[in-house]
Design a protein around this ligand. Sequence first.
Ligand code: PMP
Length: 916
Amino acid sequence: DGQVYLARMLTYLDGIPMGKVKRHSLELMFDLGRKLGMLDESLQSFDHPALHRDFEWDLANGLNVIRENADSIDDEGFRELVKTFGKKIESRTLPQLPTLRKSTIYNDANEYNILLGGGEDIFSQNQSVTGFIDLGDVMFGYTVGDLAIAIAYAILDKPQPLSVAAEIVKGYHSAFPLTEGEISVLFDLVALRMCISACVTSKQQKSQPDNEYLVISQLPIRNTLPKWLDIHPRFAEAVFCYACGLVPFASSPHTVNWLRERTSSFAPILPIVSPLVLDLSVGSPLLHGDVNENAEPKLTCRINGLMEKAGTKVGIGQYDEARYIYTSPAFKTGDGPTDETRTVHLGIDLFAEPGTPIHAPLDGKVVAFNDNDAQQDYGPVIVFEHVMDDGDSFFTLYGHLSRESLDGLKVGKKIGKGEKFAEIGAAEVNGGWTPHLHFQVMVDLLELGCDFPGVAQPSQREVWLSLCPDPNLILGIPEEVFPERPPSKAKTLSARRERLGGNLSIAYRSPIKIVRGWMQYLFDDEGRKYIDAYNNVAHVGHCHPKVIEAAHQQISVLNTNTRYLHDNINRYAERLTSLMPEGLDVCYFVSSASEANELALRLARAYTKQKDMIVLEAAYHGNTTSLIDISPYKHNGPGGTGAPDWVHTVPIPDVFRGEYKVDDPQAGAKYAAHVKQAIDELQARGRGMAGFIAESLPSVGGQIVFPEGYLADVYRYVREAGGVCIADEVQTGFGRIGTHLWGFELQNVVPDIVVLGKPIGNGHPLAVVVTRREIAEAFDNGMEFFATYGGNPVACAVGLAVLDVLQEDDLQNNALRVGNQLLDGLKSFVGKYNMVADARGAGLFLGVEMVRDPATLEPAPSEAAFIAERLREHGILLGTDGPHHNVVKIRPPMPFNESDADFLLETLEKILTESF
Ligand code: PMP
């Protein structure tokens, strides 16, 4: 028709907008930075006159945008925040802008323009950037602007925005190196972009109140900007420098060198003669698992005792030590119960008598000093500034001082080398902790004055150590006084690989180095707290004081074997058999559940004079040769060579996945019929049977609860055939299932042999086989039975203490109550999330079965492993199991409480919503 038409050609990029993908892993953040760096590098050679334009989204215009539009922000607090920030960067960053590199930039890496995809497995699914779309804002501007904009959006609503930003910076720098100038303005440019967005949107919203897209980032910006501006810009810069492989605080090496050259010339802060270095690390035996035991006066007594023994008046608390004491909630960096706490000590502590005089090590000037109410608990703090020869300065900080000794001190006051300026305070003025001086060196005060932290979060350790160099540069305590540092996690791992068998498996993709346990919690070497939702061995709680005390007392007096008389073993056998059904009244003591199951086999064979055993599919009973033979989980698994001819395997009565389902009232009888069939078959082959062994609720089999009547029928068939019935209660015994003390009681049966292990000694090697007298008598055939460690006085003392605590702490009822709460919560996920197909178990013995498709029940093992990994990231430890490795297994120490259960449910739900 003679008209000219313009056609716009668009290519299609596959991917999902980042804004619609809920999980933003650190790997994704790195990849975002890297891809953006690649983009910016390739844009270096591209230019076009139209790109040189005046644009409100240009960071160079940012201040004008704030000036002109900030008033359209309705929320007064937020408006003021934006305006104040505008004023701040005017002097701080504006002058630096003209020095920055400029190039063609994308200028709009917001979360709806970044496409994600890729990933073969659940871990990497949608965790890499496949493309950037919407090039409408492309312009010629500050190259680093692209990075700042990407960070501004990627950190929205993230709990740790600086860590996220650092990862993006690291990725960007790896592809397209940043200049130091760019790194130094990055923090402000990120905030500037958030401010521009808030201003422009508030203005546009006034004219288009119904446009929802306009406000999509606004609430998150309102939440995030204040958090971002709480970070000191120089600290953020240091974090970014570290991410780029540079020294975090550029002035640090210089200060360190200056101090190192003069160490011997400083005046002593206090006389340090033959000092004793105190171990206050997370795993230090000096500290008690119960933090209340580490307060005044108990810890002071222990510390004083050690110092007295060493004949010294000064104890030293180390620099760069992750400490147990700081794992308490007061030092948390987030709201969650397992969030990182600031555990890494940045100073050196000098433990000495209250009233010990403190002297200035070198000339200085008081720059901060406080003795206000806010510091009531921790006592006064003084910070001095010291000027080096070239005019640069650094700072020293003194904490936990006595209030009375500070008379006449004020900010600005000069202090001479060697001059006394304070005394060590008593416990009352230092948070109830043992009297000591906290001494710290800082290369930058970050305008924090007396509020400068004395401990840092481990994830920022290197940055803080650069900011706060080793105070021993001033104290000059000889290096040989300090013990060797514990090996890093990486070293521990490689040493283990070197010396230990390769099939000793390690949990998690990135292994955890656990150094302390306390009740249902575990702590790693950096003080990260984990809820232990997995370890049923620490039955009454990790390091339960009563159990420890019992072991300690007995081991201090006697530990020998059963060839001599001792009352502990009798007492324990008495207590244990009183808790068993009538008829189970003879005990054998050994030291592991494998040993106990092995013995159970011998008992069955001695009594029946037969060898053959019937076992359940996917069962595991221990690590010895015969037990691998009766454990299909092992002999049918990798490296296994199948069942020997004396082992007959029957289907596991799994009413979720097996042949007969939960809605079949005859399921128990039908599964039991398979046992009958196996007996008939072996008898038809002319073989007799020794017995049947099963866990009362199979654990590695997938946390299975037998259908009603199953064991009753099975036991009847087995006994009719002359066999004995062995209950492996290693996982389920001692009240774990809540309603009963023993798992077999759920099925209303009485076994002939009961095998007890794991929880019985709360981690101490103890295992017991309980059986009927006639079986014991058949075993007593002339051959001596002796187990060197079995039933020793220490093991029995521990066993008795476990039984006491179980009762005193009412742990079986706790398992019932908390287990029901947890199971109800888990059941509510079935159907709500396609992946969660079944939740089952009893008490604190629970399993959640994950499937890819609820119709076919295709198992989801990698997804289950992913869930376990993600839970670990949130500070919850559990495992996966089952024949298909798709059952998330929950069996915590019994003190696991309601709030632990709530947190587990909340976190699991978050993971399910985020990723599936
Ligand atoms: N029986 C069952 C049911 C088990 O789960 C285990 C250990 N996982 C054992 C026996 C063997 O226990 P141990 O490793 O203490 O010998």
